[in-house]
Design a protein. Structure first.
Length: 90
């Protein structure tokens, strides 16, 4: 987390999470369809004790796994409809 608040310049933060009905997460728009994990990237937050600014940080390692190109194990599931032969009557 930041050592200095971008809003007020304060240096004291309270770590935590954003809560609604469940813990808040980020879902990337361009995530892969088939993975062995959920499409949600968990977040954590901290609040500046001086002005209340809340900073949200996400798990960039999981974001990379969800949005990277398919590997040898998942490539067969990533084919688009353009990759399949056309029907005879089309």
């Amino acid at each position: 987390m930041k050592s200095t608040c971008l809003r007020c310049g304060g240096k004291s933060f309270a770590p935590g999470t954003l809560i609604s009905a469940v813990r808040t997460s980020f879902r990337p728009q361009d995530s892969k369809f088939l993975t062995l994990e959920t499409g949600d990237v968990m977040t954590k937050a901290s609040m500046c004790r001086g002005c209340g600014l809340v900073e949200i940080i996400g798990d960039v390692a999981k974001l990379k796994r969800l949005t990277s190109e398919p590997d040898e194990k998942t490539e067969q599931f990533a084919k688009s409809s353009d990759d399949y032969p056309k029907a005879v009557n089309e």
